[in-house]
Design a protein around this ligand. Structure first.
Ligand code: OAD
Length: 248
């Protein structure tokens, strides 16, 4: 499953980036966005995942996010997430750069996690910026309002047309530019600017590996494509890395 070239690159690497998308969490039971059963097949992003839609119909947007928040609350990291947490301990520099908002990388134990599209467990008031946890607001049937200024409370996720959080984006760029090996895992790699990271890393000298159930637009532009499930491939890879480390 793993080429000698990849194993040798991983053996010599000092800095690794794991760039992840919805496919990373699919085996935990979080639906992906695209594909047959993807979220965007059933719901329109223009009605749900943008600021104008929220102002137009806050209750509808709240209802949808409340539903997603409740799904995400009861799911668990899968073996792929845990493998990335184990991998972090094997390298001097390791960063997860994720497009996912489900917080599963941190829950699995990864320490350096850059969240490009926010985190669905956080919320903030659009009027005064006060943060609210899910626990504080999940009880509300309609869009919750800030107790300080009565402003609408929105999920701390990046909607279409919004800028990525600057600190997370610049940290991700820096990691990609300095990566020896860059993994692109479970992402269709079509939503920019996040999707530009794998090729940016490659131009900066990284060995770029894609793990996905199917090929994407990225697949023929990178160094190695590994077909299959992240939750199966990553634990296998970590086992191999640990075995080779103990034999040295
Ligand atoms: P997509 O739904 O576009 O792509 C998921 C990818 O994961 C597909 O290429 C699948 O083939 C692959 N996949 C599914 N299950 C897998 C598994 N078990 N192991 C490996 N691969 C698997 O999701 P993203 O690329 O994350 O943005 O989408 C990017 C952004 O589009 C999201 O962050 C979201 C969305 O609109 C915002 O909300 C801003």
């Amino acid at each position: 499953m793993f080429s000698p070239r990849l194993i040798s690159k991983l053996h010599d690497a000092k800095s690794i980036v794991a760039f992840t998308g919805a496919g990373m969490s699919a085996e935990s039971g979080v639906p992906t966005f695209r594909g047959e059963n993807g979220i965007w097949k059933k719901f329109k992003p223009e009605e749900l995942a943008n600021f104008d839609a929220f102002i137009r119909n806050p209750d509808l947007v709240w209802e949808w996010y409340k539903h997603r928040k409740q799904i995400i609350r009861f799911i668990q990291p899968n073996p792929g997430h845990f493998a990335l947490a184990e991998m972090e301990a094997l390298y001097p520099k390791f960063a997860v750069v994720t497009q996912n908002v489900d917080n599963l990388h941190r829950r699995a134990g990864n320490k350096t996690v850059y969240e490009l599209h926010g985190n669905i467990e956080r919320n903030y008031c659009i009027g005064c910026g006060t943060y609210y946890s899910n626990e504080e607001i999940l009880k509300f049937e309609s869009a919750p309002k800030c107790t300080k200024c009565k402003g609408l409370i929105r999920p701390d996720v990046v909607w279409f047309g919004e800028l990525l959080p600057a600190s997370q984006w610049f940290a991700s760029l820096d990691s990609a530019e300095h990566a020896d090996v860059f993994f692109s895992i479970g992402t269709s790699a079509v939503v920019h600017p996040a999707a530009s990271l794998p090729l940016l890393a490659r131009h900066a000298g990284a060995f770029v590996v894609e793990i996905n159930l199917e090929t994407t637009e990225l697949s023929n532009q990178i160094d190695e494509f590994i077909p299959g499930k992240a939750g199966e491939i990553l634990p296998e890879l970590v086992r191999l890395l640990k075995d080779s480390a103990t034999k040295e």
